[in-house]
Design a protein around this ligand. Sequence first.
Ligand code: ATP
Length: 347
Amino acid sequence: MAEIELRGVTKRWGAFVGVKDLDLTISDREFLVLLGPSGCGKTTTMRMIAGLEDASSGDILIGGKRVNNLDPKDRDIAMVFQSYALYPNLSVYENIRFPLKVRRIPASEHDARVRRAAAMVELEDFLERKPAALSGGQRQRVALARAIVRQPSVFLMDEPLSNLDAKLRVSTRAQIKNLSHELQVTTIYVTHDQVEAMTLADRVVVMKGGVVQQIGAPTDIYDRPANTFVAGFIGNPAMNLLNGTLRGGVFEGENVTITGLRTPDGPVTLGFRAEDATLAPEGEIVAPAYTTELLGDATMVTVRAGGALVAVKAHKEVRVEIGELVSMRVPAAICHLFDAKTGDRLA
Ligand code: ATP
């Protein structure tokens, strides 16, 4: 059992709070992603779980046991970092084998375990090479194999794809997902990339300024963001967020009037996703096109409304000139409402 529990975990450096009062239970075999912008506290959270950083207060439990005072090496955790930290003078084979030697695993088991781990990340043909003779993606796979070979009860991965180019990121991401399905090991994965979070996670923890903003399955977070920060962070493009005023169920703002909404009167932030809206006559938003982009599978049309640039994903054959008047259908049913001041979800 490798359930991980954080109870009121806080990290302070002097007056600065890096992680604030974090409560989180990660189930055995769950793939949990910590997501947020640079400096939000995700690496610090992971380092506290690993034991590389002490918590200032709160408890960290692994498998029901408090580990606050346990050395990193005694926590049965394997880590994969963005910098692969391979030994340049050792072959791929010896790099993968290294943790087995350190942990005094009987030598008779080494060869089978190294070869099995290498096979899982498709490195069988590279075992004799030195890291310098590998591509970035291959090096990252050596780092993965080195984590796998130990058969730990927890994997911690800190931005393992961020040094790879766009194409390799996608294929290595798929490989990590496949591996995690095969290995069934509790995994905590840190990233600032919402696509990685959405594609890999069983659950996502969205953080900002050391504080958890929302915890949920990727679809929960996408379909019901808890506040404007999460709404603006998740999705490509992120949710459109317009400012305006609600009166008697009618939202009014620059170039926009939406009827049939149900929340108290007052200033609000209204959100909707580009793919939920359509271009059609008699729309709720009418404005000149600010820009249009051909994406191949769709045409993105952007206008200015509610004090923001607002995008709609139109049919791929739609052609709109910049400056041409556009009509967007944004029915109340696709709208999310947030408190204008706090940004918290209203409905
Ligand atoms: P990134 O994606 O840039 O790595 P992050 O979300 O992982 O960001 P952390 O590395 O957890 O962020 O850092 C959280 C905050 O704590 C940051 O503001 C950082 O400057 C601060 N911090 C981290 N380590 C220390 C330290 N040793 N002393 C003081 N402040 C620190």
